[in-house]
Design a binder for this molecule. Structure first.
Ligand code: GLA
Length: 379
């Protein structure tokens, strides 16, 4: 990919790049919608991601190119408006540029820019965080500024929250920034605090991407965010992480049925993340798998962000030999299911599940056997 982006940059901009960066996509391992509630979450950075190349310009022009969009868009350094249609991918690097002053960092003026990705699209592997982090490192290289990794992660999240306009938590950017091969990233989102948890060698990840997406997915994510904040307020805490499972149980009847379900999901899910860390440290993958499947059931019944396609895959997977557990991964309302398996789970079992899915829904899910990879870096 490094060669590919170098060649592409040369072809598009007619010269060699000055800096090349890379940031990985991520799998949400466990901790569904816990991040913006101040809770804990575990994610895995994968060996696929986004590569960005840049070189400075002295005329103040910012020339953006991505292989995905296939054409150069030229903006002046004073352009701060959100881009639309086929240029809307630029909102991620643009959001990063706009975020830099909030961190007392300088944005580069003119530059040539190119991005390539080998992340499958629409699989919920967070290409947006990957492009934010890879762009952030590239822009900071252009201006010779060296903030720490945590600041870089926060810049990406700031871009997403304030410019792109998604009220996400820190999971995606945190995992892309702090990822480590053969490890999971543990995030205590309130700090935030980041830690690496070794992944037992026999733990394998499979992603089944349904390519389904609820028409209102962004609005539904924002609605869940709002419902969680309202539930916290009704419980008298600023974020749901401050309530215990017992507090939530005690408030049953006082909270609306909906607020109770959302709050119960979040506090129980935070407890599951913490139990998963303990089980991983003991290499007890059976216990980890049970927690993953319990997480899915909670998303399905309490958080109500699953779909019949995702539930179907989880049911099939958990009934299959050598699968420790399975759950929806990411925001929900469509997207992908992740399965944790032993090395004995293979293509033939995965294909049997895809066949059953096709028979039921008339389309095939994409199957990806994922590997972990390192976090964002300048190459
Ligand atoms: C999306 C968001 C994350 C997180 C997950 C749900 O991936 O970007 O911040 O909230 O959904 O856990």
């Amino acid at each position: 990919m490094q060669q590919k982006i170098t060649a592409l940059f040369q072809q598009v901009h007619g010269r060699a790049p000055a800096f090349i960066t890379r940031a990985p996509g991520r799998i949400e391992f466990i901790g569904n919608h816990t991040d913006y509630n101040g809770g804990t979450v575990l994610g895995a950075s994968i060996d696929r991601g986004v590569w960005v190349a840049v070189a400075p310009r002295t005329d103040g022009k910012r020339r953006f190119f991505s292989e995905y969009a296939g054409k150069v868009v030229e903006l002046g350094a004073d352009v701060t408006a959100k881009q639309t249609d086929e240029a809307s991918w630029i909102n991620y690097p643009l959001g990063v540029l706009m975020a830099l002053p909030a961190f007392k960092l300088k944005a580069p003026e003119g530059f040539d820019y190119a991005a390539v990705s080998n992340l499958p699209t629409g699989a919920g592997l967070s290409s947006s965080a990957a492009i934010e982090l890879a762009s952030g490192i590239a822009f900071l290289a252009l201006t010779d500024q060296h903030p720490n990794r945590e600041t870089l992660v926060k810049i990406g999240k700031h871009a997403e929250n304030n410019f792109v306009g998604v009220p996400c938590g820190i999971l995606d950017q945190g995992v892309s920034g702090f990822g480590k091969k053969d490890h999971l990233v543990f995030i205590d989102c309130k700090g935030p605090r980041f830690d690496a948890v070794p992944l037992p060698e026999s733990a394998h990840f499979w992603i089944f991407n349904t390519h389904t997406k609820h028409a209102l997915v962004d609005g539904l994510y924002a609605a869940r965010h709002r419902e969680c904040m309202e539930a916290a307020q009704a419980l008298g805490v600023s974020l749901l992480v401050e309530a215990t499972p017992a507090d939530v149980e005690a408030a049953n009847g006082k909270l609306s049925a909906e607020a109770f379900k959302r709050a119960k999901h979040v506090v129980d899910e935070i407890a599951r993340v913490d139990q998963a860390v303990v089980a991983l440290k003991k290499s007890d993958l059976d216990a980890v798998g049970r927690l993953l499947t319990a997480s899915h059931c909670s998303s399905q019944n309490l958080f109500e962000n699953s779909t019949r396609e995702l539930d179907f895959l989880v049911d099939k997977l958990t009934a299959t030999l050598n699968v420790y557990g399975a759950r929806l991964t990411g925001g929900g309302f469509g997207g992908a299911v992740m399965a944790l398996t032993s090395p004995a789970f293979g293509d033939s079992q995965a294909l049997t599940i895809a066949d059953a899915y096709e028979q039921r829904f008339g389309a095939r899910p994409d199957i990806l056997h994922m590997k972990t990879g390192d976090g964002a870096e300048r190459l």
